[in-house]
Design a protein around this ligand. Structure first.
Ligand code: ATP
Length: 240
């Protein structure tokens, strides 16, 4: 078995015009891990997620996924390598039903597994089964987040990228969603890289984590190490 990480980001710099949003980022995610990236607003977390998906592309550095250099590949080819993203703001299709949203996530080549995959998602998120004929735009925030994750899973990803899954959700709903992510990881071996402002929930869930400040990774450790680290506690956990 290969010991190479599933995802290896090295020295990545990403710019918006002349503004450097990522300044030499090194992170890696091993197969079967849940890894999180925490940091304040504007630190560059979403930019790293988007750079992994190819838009915007990194101007310097490299991104290796499953042994392939994807740094300069277009987004649609990166998606075909089975990196699935649940983006910030969820971006479900509001006029389509829950079921149709899931169909959109599957893609034509996954249609033969469609019924089986949809059943798995309905078992993971029974609420989606109850609401399968309802339009996406009329779901609650938590249900939309479940749908966004469910839709990403329909592509049978090797790596699931989650951008702020807890954003705007009540603590109990966040708990349910994070439990579902944990279950997917433990039972299916799904590899997950997530970006979170909710540092407490993310660190509790994650095997390892990175802290990002102003486009740079400033700290890394196991979820537990960072949960008890005084600097992390002062900056991201206390009062939260
Ligand atoms: P948040 O948690 O608030 O989403 P973040 O850590 O995900 O923050 P990013 O959204 O990656 O941070 O933003 C990093 C920096 O890049 C910020 O200074 C932001 O203003 C800038 N930025 C993000 N998107 C763009 C864009 N499309 N054009 C110009 N600058 C951008």
């Amino acid at each position: 078995m290969s010991v190479e990480p599933l995802l290896k980001v090295q020295g990545v710099q990403t710019f918006y015009g002349n503004i450097r949003a990522l300044d030499g980022v090194d992170v890696h995610v091993n197969r079967g891990e849940i890894v999180s990236l925490i940091g304040a607003n504007g630190a560059g977390k979403s930019t790293l997620m988007m750079t992994i998906c190819g838009s915007p592309q990194a101007r310097h550095g490299s991104i290796i996924f499953d042994g392939e250099d994807i740094t300069q590949q277009p987004t649609h080819l990166i998606a075909r390598r089975r990196i699935a993203q649940s983006p910030e703001g969820r971006r479900i299709f509001p006029r389509m039903t829950v079921y149709e949203n899931l169909q959109m996530g599957a893609g034509l080549d996954k249609m033969k597994h469609f019924d089986e995959d949809v059943e798995k998602i309905f078992t993971l998120f029974p609420r989606l089964k109850e609401r399968q004929s309802q339009r996406g735009g009329t779901l609650s925030g938590g249900e939309q987040q479940m749908l966004s994750i469910g839709r990403a899973l329909m592509s049978r990803p090797k790596l699931l990228l989650l951008d702020e899954p807890s954003l705007g959700l009540a603590p109990l709903i966040v708990k349910g969603i994070f439990e579902a992510i944990k279950k997917l990881n433990e039972e299916e071996g799904l590899t997950v890289f997530l970006v979170e402002q909710n540092a407490f929930a993310a660190l509790r869930l994650s095997h390892r984590a990175y802290v990002m400040v102003n486009g740079k990774v400033t700290m890394t450790g196991t979820g537990r190490e960072l949960l008890t680290n005084p600097e992390v506690r002062a900056a991201y956990l206390e009062g939260g």
